[in-house]
Design a protein around this ligand. Structure first.
Ligand code: NZQ
Ligand code: ZN
Length: 387
């Protein structure tokens, strides 16, 4: 096990009905809030009324910043920053999925900065301060509710880049599994893919070999997410499965599963972000296309961990390591198909001739993330496995 520092300051308030605490929790950090939310689900489900009712009771005034799109964009973040600055907002309250939370993080940072908020994404500036952030999660997938990262697309440059800073951990995140009952089957599937991918990126790319604790932690979580997702798809109001997936997705990207595993990368995310940036593919749908292709490629480079995954998680009985590694790629792909998440570029109407352009876009993030082995040529090779 490698040395590490694990520090996660986010308070979690978990449980059915916990959204009722939203006003009281937010009041700890300020009396004037920027309320960040998405397009229409919050109104359709009655959550807007519920949340603003608790704000009113707690004596908090708020300014709406709705309309955050899935795969949030820079121009909308900039509008939020302006609102927060002009109206002297004290706290940011994000109510939604990962897109809403990520945009809220960027606004929280941008509101305390004189330059353009994109400077943080392009590594031209470091976040030194941010407004306090409270979140109410409505879709369990990204882990943004308990991590310090956020992702935004710059429409002008077609870059889907990330921001990260210890100042961006939410102060408190309210995880009320009942709020996820209305997540439709497609996003339920994409969410499972995303959480599983967060776990597998570190698992497959870790550089330390002696990590049985982290390996079993990941394997247990992946099995749990798979099992509960099937239960949710059969019964969207399955209380235990919704709650278990919600907490599992939080654990999948809060720093715990990667603590001690040494250097690791997020190559599937690096490639997927280009699919979202160029074609606005939902993040989890992009990952279910990229991950099986990457695993096929990885089976040729380093089959051992894939073989272990096939045996421990998918119950593969293949004898040779190579055979089991291929089994891992095919087995996970088959499960993604079973939950109706796309598994090929052609399924989302991305033509093969676009592969060089996707690779050229992805290489920008590979450089930002120091994934030196991932040249445009290598990324093209991987993408051909995803066609
Ligand atoms: O906009 P509304 O109308 O609210 O609809 C949303 C959206 O269309 C809907 N939705 C959310 N909660 C719902 C609901 N519909 C019904 N009932 C509910 N309770 O679901 C759609 C997708 O929402 P979105 O927030 O986009 O999904 P997700 O949570 O998967 O977030 C994706 C974004 O997070 C980024 C992704 O790249 C993508 O931009 N990620 C953030 C990470 C992080 N901060 O750590 C890590 C991830 O790897 C990922 O990159
Ligand atoms: Zn992800």
């Amino acid at each position: 096990m490698q040395p590490f520092v694990f520090h996660n300051p986010t308070q979690i308030v978990f449980g059915a009905g916990s959204v009722a605490k939203c006003g009281k929790v937010t009041a700890r950090y300020g009396k004037k809030a920027l309320l960040v939310f998405g397009r229409d689900s919050i109104r359709r489900t009655g959550l807007y009324e519920q949340v603003t009712g608790t704000l009113r009771e707690a004596g908090i005034s708020w300014i709406d910043h709705g309309g955050v799109k899935s795969n949030p964009v820079l121009s909308h973040v900039q509008q939020g920053v302006e609102k927060a600055k002009n109206r002297q907002v004290e706290v940011v309250l994000a109510v939604g999925g990962g897109s809403v939370l990520d945009e809220a993080k960027a606004i929280a940072a941008g509101a305390c900065y004189d330059g353009d908020v994109w400077d943080f994404f392009s590594d031209q500036a470091v976040v030194k301060q941010a407004l306090p952030l409270v979140t109410v999660l409505t879709l369990a997938a990204t882990g943004s509710e308990m991590n310090s990262g956020g992702v935004v697309t710059n429409e002008a440059t077609q870059q889907k880049f990330n921001i990260g800073s210890p100042h961006l951990f939410p102060k408190t995140s309210i995880l009320d599994p009942e709020l996820t009952y209305t997540v439709p089957p497609d996003y339920t599937a994409y969410s499972a893919v995303d959480a599983i991918s967060h776990l597998l990126e570190g698992y497959f790319t870790s550089t330390d070999r002696a990590t049985p604790l982290q390996d079993r932690f990941v394997e247990g979580l992946v099995k749990t997410i798979m099992e509960c997702t099937e239960q949710i798809l059969a019964d969207p109001r399955h209380a235990d499965a919704r709650a278990t997936v919600m907490w599992s997705a939080t654990w999948a990207l809060n720093g715990l599963s990667t603590a001690g595993i040494g250097l690791y990368g997020f190559p599937n995310h690096m490639i997927e972000h280009s699919l979202s940036a160029l074609y606005d593919v939902p993040h989890g749908a992009g990952l279910s296309i990229v991950l099986p292709g990457w695993m096929r490629w990885q089976a040729e480079q380093a089959p051992a961990k894939l073989a272990r995954f096939a045996r421990e998680v998918l119950g593969c009985a293949a004898v040779s390591e190579q055979e089991a590694a291929l089994w891992a790629a095919d087995g996970l792909k088959a499960w993604f198909e079973r939950i109706h998440s796309p598994v090929s570029l052609s399924q989302v109407k991305i033509p093969q001739q676009d592969i060089p352009a996707i690779a050229a876009n992805a290489v920008m993030l590979a450089e930002k993330w120091h994934l030196k082995a991932y040249t445009a040529e290598v990324i093209e090779t991987i993408l051909r496995y995803c066609a």
